[in-house]
Design a protein around this ligand. Structure first.
Ligand code: ADP
Ligand code: MG
Length: 415
């Protein structure tokens, strides 16, 4: 997880983890020391200070670590505390061991139980950097001491820590993957919610706009008939009204539950129709069509109007991707017994790889007067038809949109 995110909830989680860790560390450190140095030897020796190395000076240091940590927690400098703890612990322990063993023949006995706590509790911070510092720090410390003291028994705890680190790492990876799944589920939900709200709004507004729009179109046509000569603006006005109408239609597609009435239709006719609709725009831009349509094609079960919309959207995108002209290849063929394949390929500017995944999001557009709704509506219609759409593209090479549609359908499909 990123430590830079300052959401109060995440800060709260870090605070909980730090507190838990501080409690565990200090309780276990002091219980272990009391038991190991004062209770255990008392059977053999009189009770007294048995601790060598830094001796009892270790206690004020550990308490100082706690106080400094509490200070940082109070100062809301939370993310720093865990690093501070492991690093100061490593320093104290190295000094402690060097004083104790350097220049002596005493066998090395390292491995404080708190080190195990460091490792096995490292996943609670859900932070890979911290995990690596803890594991490598502790393993490295033992190897370092072993080499300095020329006592290879120090490698034994290092081996144990390696195994524990492996287990902790597995836990950490699991935590991380779980959190990532939760995040993506949440993101999906948010996206859906956003769409639902936008969709409802769009449907309501669209509905209100459509009526005045159709009377506007009617009156414009009437005016055009009355003044047949000398006014070249009427066709443009009608064209623009049609454009508003198609944008409104796309918007209304966002939120509405759709009932599809499947009927048999000829894909060949649908493709021919869409080419005829887009021909004018293509010619103006120097774009030509090359179609390869298989001889015998079975009829598809579809809602014809919607499928036409799909191919109009895709062909329009292809034309718009070639402002300086080019070719559009349209291929229709039977892919398998049950699927029909239609591909629309252009020689346009293409799409960057990192943008392919966001093309279907509503309002994603790179065009000056684009709506960013075309591909979303296209994809929805294809999904409603239980089909599939794939987009392949290369910058400067062109884009290929591959649509696969099932040939037969059940009679109705409610979404
Ligand atoms: P719009 O066409 O209104 O921008 P679309 O949903 O149809 O919305 O397309 C979204 C974006 O996807 C476009 O703005 C464009 O960047 C990219 N795109 C779609 N089709 C193509 C294509 N054939 N070639 C290059 N880019 C494309
Ligand atoms: Mg478009």
């Amino acid at each position: 997880m990123k430590e830079s995110s300052n959401s109060p909830k995440l800060i709260f989680e870090e605070k909980k983890a730090i507190k838990l860790f501080l409690w565990l560390f200090n309780v276990i450190f002091f219980s272990f020391d009391i038991f190991y140095y004062y209770i255990l030897p008392s059977h053999r020796k009189p009770i007294g200070i048995q601790r060598d190395g830094l001796g009892i000076w270790v206690y004020p240091l550990i308490i100082a670590m706690l106080l400094v940590s509490i200070y940082f927690i109070k100062k809301e400098n939370l993310y720093f505390v865990k690093y501070f703890y492991i690093i100061s612990y490593l320093c104290i322990d190295i000094v402690d061991n060097l004083i104790r063993y350097l220049g002596t023949t005493k066998p090395f006995a390292s491995g404080n139980i708190v080190e195990i706590i460091f490792i096995i509790f490292s996943p609670i911070f859900v932070n890979k950097k911290y995990f690596w510092i803890v594991s490598l720090g502790l393993i490295g410390k033992d190897i370092f001491l072993g080499l300095i003291l020329k006592d290879y028994f120090a490698f034994f705890p290092a081996m144990v820590y390696l195994v524990l680190s492996l287990l902790a790492y597995i836990l950490l990876v699991r935590f991380n993957s779980y959190i990532n799944s939760l995040k993506s589920v949440y993101e999906e939900l948010r996206q859906k919610e956003k769409l639902a709200i936008v969709g409802q709004m769009a449907a309501a507004i669209g509905h209100e706009i459509k009526n005045p729009l159709s009377s506007l179109k009617g009156f414009t046509q009437l005016q055009q008939e009355r003044n047949p000569v000398g006014n070249e603006f009427y066709p443009i006005m009608i064209q623009e009204i049609d454009r508003i109408n198609s944008i409104v239609n796309d918007l209304m597609y966002l939120g509405k539950p759709r009932k599809i009435k499947f009927e048999k239709a000829s894909i060949k006719e649908i493709v021919a129709y869409t080419i005829s609709i887009t021909q004018q725009q293509a010619e103006m831009q120097g774009v030509s069509f090359q179609t390869i349509i298989a001889e015998s094609l079975p009829p598809v079960q579809c809602e014809e109007k919607q499928l036409k919309q799909v191919f109009i959207n895709l062909i329009k995108n292809a034309i718009e991707a070639m402002p300086d002209g080019g070719r559009i290849f349209i291929k229709v063929d039977v892919l398998t017994e049950k699927t029909l394949s239609i591909s629309i390929e252009d020689e346009g500017y293409g799409i960057a790889e990192e943008n392919i995944d966001i093309l279907l999001e509503p309002f994603y557009t790179t065009k000056k007067d684009g709506t960013g709704l075309g591909l979303m509506v296209t994809n929805q219609i294809i999904n409603d038809h239980k089909g599939e759409m794939k987009i392949e593209s290369g910058i400067g090479i062109g884009t290929k949109v591959h649509v696969m549609l099932p040939i037969t359908q059940k009679n109705t499909n409610n979404r």
